[in-house]
Every structure is written in C-alpha cells, then in structure tokens.
Design a protein around this ligand. Structure first.
Ligand code: SF4
Length: 188
C-alpha cells in the first residue's frame, strides 16, 4: 500500500478544496471513491411487477449476461414508489434459488415417487380430467326442473404468483365451463 500524502489529510483537503464543511469529497476516502453500485455492470434493466402478492409493487430487474442478478424497487411505480417489502426484496432468490423446480413432476395414484413429465403430456392429462369431471358432475337442472347449468366438480384456487391477466383468463375459462367455485388471493 502506498504511503498517504499529508496533502490527503481530510482537514487539508477541506481547507484547500471547495468542501469547506467537510461533508463531501474532502472526507471521502480513496476506497469509498472507488466503490460502485453492484448493479452498475448490468447489461440492461427490465421493469416488472412483484409476483408475490396482490399489492403489485413495481420492480427493476437487473440482467447481466442474460441472467437476473438483482431485483430492486422501481421508483417510477405509482403503487410502491421504489419500495419493496422483505419478501419482494428477496425475489431474486425466486429466480436463482438452486432448489427451484423447473420441470413438471407427476405422482401417480398410490405411488410414493415423483416422475418428470413433458409439459405437453401434463397439459393433455389435465385437460382430459377437466373435461371428464365436468361431464360426470354436470347439473343441468335442480329437482324442480329449474336451470342450473353448472358443475360442482371443478374449482379453481389461484395463488399470488398469478397476475391480473392470468386471473382474468382463468375466471373466464372456469365460468364458461360452468364452475362456480373460483377463488384467488387477489379476489377478482
Ligand atoms: S413487494 Fe411485498 S407488498 Fe409489494 S407486491 Fe411484493 S410481496 Fe406484495
């Protein structure tokens, strides 16, 4: 480490420079001057919305080498104005956690093991069961002949990671299919 010149003493810098009150550069060390934001090297910043709850706080997502490296509050958001709660502040971990599940898993009836499944196969299985349940539990009229046109065999329970658009489509789909038990954390 090179010796510090006496001219670098903060009080001298205070007297020689324009920071007479010693609240800025006169009392800033070389180490502090070299510090940069951990986001300074990000390739780009993407605006997004926190997926965790119905408040919908705005986020800035920092991307480096096509990987999310940090997520912070978005000051441009009229909802949260740059703030995130502890959960929202930790959402980078949602993306990069090593234990994150990225594959469809299926556990067959009475099996004790999960097995990976192709996504298209899983969607076909869900669609087939959806249609079968609807047919099996369809109620066209009540015992007095009054129209019901509904099924009590299908329900939808949505979580916080669904956004407004997804909830809108789910509500439309399930209502059109005759389901009446449709619920979500955001209570659309
Ligand atoms: S930052 Fe917190 S309050 Fe805001 S949307 Fe996310 S979980 Fe909800």
């Amino acid at each position: 480490m090179s010796p510090i010149s006496p001219l670098e003493w903060p009080v001298l810098r205070q007297l020689r420079g324009r920071d007479a009150l010693g609240r800025g550069p006169a009392v800033t060390s070389a180490t502090t001057r070299e510090l940069t934001s951990r986001n300074a090297r990000a390739d780009r910043v993407v605006q997004s919305v926190c997926p965790y709850c119905a408040v919908g706080c705005g986020q800035r997502v920092y991307v480096t080498d096509e990987r999310v490296t940090q997520i912070e509050g978005d000051p441009d958001s009229p909802i949260s104005r740059g703030r995130l709660c502890p959960k929202g502040s930790a959402s980078e971990q949602l993306v990069n956690a090593p234990g994150r599940q990225t594959q469809v898993l299926y556990r067959a009836p009475r099996s004790t093991r999960w097995q990976p499944l192709e996504r298209d196969t899983a969607i076909d299985m869900i669609a087939r069961r959806f249609v079968q349940s609807r047919r099996r539990t369809w109620q066209d009229t009540d015992e007095q002949g009054r129209p019901l046109r509904r099924t009590m065999g299908i329900a939808s329970l949505g979580g916080a990671t669904l956004d407004n658009e997804e909830n809108y489509l789910i509500k439309k789909l399930f209502t059109a299919a005759g389901a009446i038990q449709i619920e979500n954390q955001a209570r659309i």
